[in-house]
Design a protein around this ligand. Sequence first.
Ligand code: C2E
Ligand code: MG
Ligand code: MG
Ligand code: MG
Length: 276
Amino acid sequence: RAKEGGRGQLFFYEPVMDEKIERRRQLGAELHGALERGEFHLMFQPIFDLGSGRVRSCETLLRWTNRRYGAVSPAEFIPVAEDNGQIVAIGTWVLHEACRAAKSWPDEVTIAVNLSPIQLRSTNLARVITDALDATGLPPERLTLEVTESVLLDDVDASLAALEALNQIKVCTTLDDFGTGYSSLSYLTQFPFQTLKIDRSFITDLERSPASIAIVQTVVDLAAKLGMRTIAEGVETQAQMDQLRRTRCDAVQGFLLAEPMPANMVEAMFAGDNPS
Ligand code: C2E
Ligand code: MG
Ligand code: MG
Ligand code: MG
């Protein structure tokens, strides 16, 4: 069935599209009050130092279990929360809960929290972060904020200013999903990141693509020259691990090593003296 679209072009009517829009609308409605109903919880995925094998950091991953729709993936609900502005309140809650959890971990272990572009551009970001640190007593050096590469170039000046404000309050920053956006390697020198997280797509390809090996090696070498640490995300096989060892990547994260786990399991892991 063809319908007349805007500007006179034809488009095909797809019931699937209506369903997606309707699902988004319903999730948006359910996100209202979700914090108050206690529907969110955090999982933490360990990040291992490749040299020592010890846990050096944990990434905070938000989970939502809704009264009507059950478990909803962050890949689905975060864009909805970004569209209707709820990500700011949710993100603030995540920061507080993450810092609170990390406070009871060993001093050398840091916590990584994903930051939405909406949060990065909010004027009071530094204040919100300082509040979370003050309320929990976590030193700023133990908090790392992960920012996705794709958003940086939308507004270079604003991104730079926001990142510098974060460095000013002494928290660390990680460039997440590196390789998926459009930034050239030379762009990296302009942004004050301490860590670069190489996107899972390159890690997945390591086993069968010499090009991916070359790309990962180049990124690791350049990052080292620029004084940045590198993390490989989404490590799923021993062959990928072996390859990453050869490239002298700093740290690894992925299902092969550890899946995201609840706070009490992280504490049990550290009680066993940070196993390798
Ligand atoms: P991300 O920041 O790149 O997080 C890594 C994602 O990869 C997580 O998915 C994690 O569970 C998954 N992962 C880890 N190891 C492996 C592996 O070996 N193989 C595969 N296939 N996947 C692996 P998750 O938890 O579903 O989160 C998806 C995305 O949602 C995150 O990507 C991040 O962009 C966003 N997100 C999660 N929590 C938050 C949050 O608190 N705030 C914001 N703004 N975004 C969040
Ligand atoms: Mg991340
Ligand atoms: Mg990532
Ligand atoms: Mg990713």
